[in-house]
Unconditional design. Structure first.
Length: 389
């Protein structure tokens, strides 16, 4: 089973990709879309949206990231896909699912679902232009106003050369209003010969199980559910592994499903570090409150913190309240600029253990496990480009 982390414009950027992949359970990420109009973008544009390109195409936790492009001109998309592929991402993804009006009125995203012939030309041209061996995938919705052409669109993408399809189980018109129609994803899966990943309205383990049952898809893409509950991917994997694995983890004193508020503290600390390093001070409080607002869905502690600090404009004051002086760090700079952190899972009561060695990355550890584990950087691992958990 592969669990993918969804791209979410304005929210799930490199900062949250870094933090959420540390929590464990995610097999691969997709970047926010890179808008392609009528120019060949310089490399710095791809690196700005997807800074993981400078680190072997992986998050600091070693999770591969696939770069996503959005546009409607086949030749221009192909040229930009080739340039992106030259920077060694873990594949190129094409966006046919964004429902935003500002995108759709310029002929991008979900608006293309009314033109399956154009979608086919885009895939064919991109696949023809990128270097041999580049994985090209696509993300789509069920349609614009209705799902009458959903299968036709999926077949157009697959026949154009897409090696994987992610299908969001709603139309452009339906936006993000529940429910997601997972059974319609099943119809698409039955009609194409390439792997299909189901996406949309997966908030809990039960949602994940029902989505798999109704869509027939083993692989899932998690978006808002993972942002609200960073332990969701771990919880889904534990549930799929079965009660025996869950019981065994409990007997070892581990947290087999999800992450409680105490276990989230190291992640919040890393998030604040990255915010301070990469976001100008006047926007730092907004980023903290944005994530707190979403964490409220699963964590009462986040609700209390959000209500207490929703009017605060000084990010450091919020961080001090959440993390204390050590976690909030000094003003202006991150705690250990350039340091790397990772986590396979974050047991409750975990502690942060830093080191600056390029081959030894800091890990979040629980009581009784105070050594420093060795983890190879993604770019150093043989076969990393094709590895999936």
């Amino acid at each position: 089973m592969k669990l993918l982390l969804a791209p979410m414009e304005g929210l799930l950027d490199a900062t949250l990709r870094d933090v959420l992949t540390r929590a464990g359970g995610i097999s691969r990420c997709v970047s926010e879309f890179i808008r392609v109009t009528d120019t060949l973008l310089p490399e710095r544009v791809f690196l700005r949206v997807m800074p993981e390109l400078a680190e072997g195409g992986c998050t600091p936790a070693g999770v591969p990231v696939r770069g996503q492009l959005l546009g409607s001109d086949p030749a221009c998309l192909a040229d930009n896909a080739a340039r992106l592929a030259g920077l060694s991402p873990h594949g190129v993804d094409l966006n046919f699912g964004c429902p935003a009006k500002v995108v759709n009125r310029h002929g991008g995203g979900a608006a293309l679902l009314d033109e399956p012939e154009l979608m086919h030309r885009i895939l064919r041209e991109v696949c023809r232009t990128v270097p041999a061996g580049t994985v090209v995938s696509a993300k789509m919705r069920l349609g614009t106003q209705d799902d009458a052409r959903a299968v036709e669109c999926a077949q157009a993408l697959a026949e154009g050369g897409a090696m994987e399809l992610v299908v969001h189980g709603r139309t452009k018109l339906q936006g993000y209003r529940p429910p997601a129609y997972w059974d319609r994803i099943g119809a698409i899966r039955a009609a194409v010969a390439v792997p299909v990943v189901a996406n949309g309205e997966i908030w809990t383990v039960d949602d994940a199980r029902r989505c798999q049952a109704e869509s027939g898809c083993t692989d899932l893409m998690l978006g808002r559910g993972m942002v609200c509950d960073p332990g969701l991917a771990l919880a889904v994997r534990a549930a799929v592994a079965g009660e025996g694995a869950v019981k065994g983890a409990e007997e070892k004193g581990q947290t087999p499903i999800g992450l409680d508020w105490a276990a989230l503290q190291p992640l919040l600390a890393v998030f604040w570090d990255r915010v301070r390093l990469h976001i100008v001070p006047r926007h730092q409080a907004g980023r903290l409150k944005q994530w707190l607002n979403l964490l409220r869905r699963c964590h009462p502690e986040a609700e209390a913190a959000y209500q207490a600090w929703r009017g605060e404009t000084d990010g450091r004051r919020i961080a001090l309240a959440l993390l204390g002086p050590e976690g909030a760090g000094p003003g202006g700079e991150g705690r250990t600029a350039g340091a790397r952190y990772t986590a396979g899972s974050l047991p409750s009561g975990g502690a942060f253990v830093p080191t600056q060695s390029p081959r030894h990355v800091p890990v979040f550890q629980g009581p009784g496990d105070l050594g420093v584990r060795t983890q190879e950087r993604c770019a150093d691992r043989p076969g990393a480009a094709t590895q999936d958990a």
